[in-house]
Design a protein around this ligand. Structure first.
Ligand code: 13P
Length: 255
């Protein structure tokens, strides 16, 4: 792992005009600072190609990679409304979010389906960014560690330990997403330490290789303290990633 990652999950936001303005601002900000950070943007899938072209026109393709927010486990077939990893790769994606809590909640994605999707990402040559994290009820009942471990275990038992080295993991406590309630650095650091230990038990090399990102109300005014935690290698940013200047300000906290 030679540099940190700052990823922006746009969720269901954006338009062509939004992308034109965003890339302009990002271009100016990135060129000013030459940050030793890898950016990854996750737009809605339909905008991947337009965003890829816009980044290319501004010579930003090497600074910014693209990812999709979801995929279907099959490579093709009669699955109306779905897109496969192979198609997303064809549109310019390098990464794909797997198991985001909004998909676990609104699309009823189970740990088993998440594991299948992780495997499908690898088959398509995409880097999976596996999202794990507990709900508020689970935290309050003291089962956060158990939940997060089970989410990780189901991917490892389906895909094998080595599969994890192909991507990254984001710890996103559900209660901190879009709520303005960030986990304290100590709380986030503790969960990241637990995830790193889980990886280390499988392979010391794997534990050093896999970037662990924190997500959940990351902003430029809390990112420095979060990124100071030993086991936090970057951020997966939702709301604040919709403003290019804010995403760059967060990246500066990591640099
Ligand atoms: P917010 O930064 O808006 O809390 O979203 C986090 C997230 O879900 C990123 O995937």
């Amino acid at each position: 792992m030679d540099r940190g990652i700052v990823a922006g999950n746009w969720k269901m936001h954006g338009s062509r005009q939004f992308i034109v303005d965003y890339v302009d601002t990002l271009g100016a900000a990135v060129q000013d600072q030459s940050l030793p950070v890898g950016f990854v943007l996750f737009p809605p899938a339909g905008y991947l190609e337009f965003l890829a072209r816009s980044l290319d026109e501004r010579d930003l393709s090497s600074a910014v990679s693209l990812g999709a927010q979801n995929l279907h486990p099959e490579s093709e077939g009669a699955y109306t409304g779905e897109m496969s990893g192979e198609m997303l790769k064809d549109l310019g994606a390098l990464w794909v979010l797997i198991g985001h809590s909004e998909r676990r909640e609104y699309a009823a994605e189970t740990n088993e389906l998440v594991a299948e999707k992780f495997s499908a990402a690898l088959r398509a040559g995409l880097k999976p960014l596996l999202c794990i994290g507990e709900t508020e009820v689970e935290r309050e009942s003291g089962s956060a560690a158990e939940i997060v471990t089970a989410q990780l275990d189901s991917v490892v038992s389906y895909c094998g330990t080595d599969a994890l080295s192909q991507g990254a993991i984001a710890y996103e406590p559900v209660w901190a997403i879009g709520t303005g309630k960030t986990a304290t650095p100590a709380m986030a650091g503790e969960m990241h330490g637990l995830i790193r230990d889980e990886l280390r038990q499988r392979s010391a090399e794997l534990a050093e290789q896999v970037p662990l990102l924190y997500g959940g109300s990351v902003k430029s005014d809390n990112a420095t303290a979060l990124f100071a935690e030993t086991d936090i290698d970057g951020g997966l940013v939702g709301g604040a990633s919709l403003t290019a200047v804010d995403l760059v300000a967060i990246a500066r906290c990591l640099a």
